[in-house]
Write a protein that binds this ligand. Structure first.
Ligand SMILES: Cc1cc2nc3c(=O)[nH]c(=O)nc-3n(C[C@H](O)[C@H](O)[C@H](O)COP(=O)(O)OP(=O)(O)OC[C@H]3O[C@@H](n4cnc5c(N)ncnc54)[C@H](O)[C@@H]3O)c2cc1C
Length: 309
């Protein structure tokens, strides 16, 4: 089917047109990535359901993204449809439970918790991106992760059904959820929080933001956050990867337009004009250095999306 025909079908069935040849560099923090054949921003749940179900019906490859803070797109772009999640809403369910739509920014969620004196989300302060992206990868910091607060997740599954599942099935662990192995779309998330005190929450959030400012490179640098996960030793103990990378001389290393931050050895950023290949080559040379020196196999935290994934 020609691109124009696909666009016409989506316009008729979804009521909103797809964009074609959209540069993905505009939709990820790395500012890297070629054109997506098709691109769509879903701002209502009905649109998300219609567009995903229609993509499946038409056998059109697709991927839902949030803020693009954990993704590295391919230089060749994406041969299919990228759906940007714009489903934003937060509602109180009862005294300590809230329901949040998956496209809501984490920053908005944290402010909501603070304003309604609900504690439990403060450790997420400063982590960019959406609730959907955070639940998908079980985002976290300071020894906590979002999975701890999740009571249930509403998903659109591969059969086109909306189902609600609870944490045992989500298998949350360090930067992992079972959603990474499924093609389910996160629609909304129910979070269980604790009673808090507004001023104390505000102070805790400011403290966390201060610690992040002292520890991490500027969040405005185009990157995907920590590039590698902290490795797990055979004993099950997790060790910080940044000091290991420092010991193998990672800081300041460059390939093309990609460089390792001088402030934090686990941040690869785009100096300007970097390609995904530059980033991947640099990452591969870091992995090789760690393998040779420590016998450890690093695993990427940043998700590379090949053009035909
Ligand atoms: C400066 C900086 C600092 C960071 N600090 C941290 C940190 O401290 N801790 C941490 O854990 N992370 C950190 N990150 C990484 C990033 O912020 C998190 O991974 C965040 O959760 C990504 O959310 P996103 O909406 O941008 O997801 P995206 O990058 O858009 O997507 C990530 C993955 O989730 C999938 N996905 C997104 N939404 C949905 C959905 N609704 N349904 C199904 N799948 C979906 C995408 O397909 C993709 O595979 C940092 C990143 C940067 C740039």
């Amino acid at each position: 089917m020609k691109k124009e025909e696909i666009c016409e079908i989506f316009l008729q069935r979804v009521g909103k047109s797809l964009t074609t040849n959209e540069p993905l560099a505009n939709h990820c923090h790395f500012q890297i990535g070629g054109p997506a054949d098709f691109f769509f921003v879903a701002t209502k749940e009905e649109e998300m359901l219609a567009v995903v179900n229609l993509a499946r019906e038409c056998d059109l490859r697709f991927r839902v993204i949030g803020g693009g803070y954990n993704i590295l797109f391919d230089d060749r772009g994406y041969r299919g449809l990228i759906i940007k999640n714009g489903l934003r809403k937060i509602q109180r369910v009862d005294s300590y439970r809230i329901m949040v739509h998956s496209g809501t920014e984490l920053a908005e969620l944290i402010t909501f918790g603070q304003d309604f004196s609900l504690a439990g989300l403060e450790f997420l302060a400063g982590i960019p991106g959406t609730v959907g992206g955070a639940v998908y990868g079980n985002a976290g910091a300071f020894g906590h992760d979002i999975g701890e607060c999740v009571e249930s997740v509403r998903l659109l599954n591969r059969s086109g059904e909306i189902i609600e599942i609870e944490p045992p099935h989500l298998q949350f662990s360090y930067r992992w959820s079972s959603l990474k192995n499924s093609q389910d779309i996160i629609l909304s998330v129910k979070l269980k929080l604790k009673p808090g005190e507004k001023e104390a929450l505000k102070a805790k959030i400011s403290e966390i933001l201060k610690q992040r400012r002292n520890k991490l490179p500027s969040p405005t640098l185009p990157s995907g956050g920590s590039f590698f996960k902290n490795p797990l030793l055979p004993s099950g103990r997790k060790i910080a990867v940044a000091p290991l990378l420092e010991q193998v001389g990672a800081k300041g290393l460059r390939v093309g337009g990609a460089a390792v931050s001088q402030a934090h050895a686990n941040f690869i950023y785009n100096l300007g004009g970097a390609t995904a290949q530059d980033v991947l080559k640099l990452a591969s040379s870091l992995k090789e250095r760690i393998r040779r020196r420590f016998g450890l196999e690093l695993e990427e935290e940043v998700i590379f999306l090949p053009e035909d994934a």
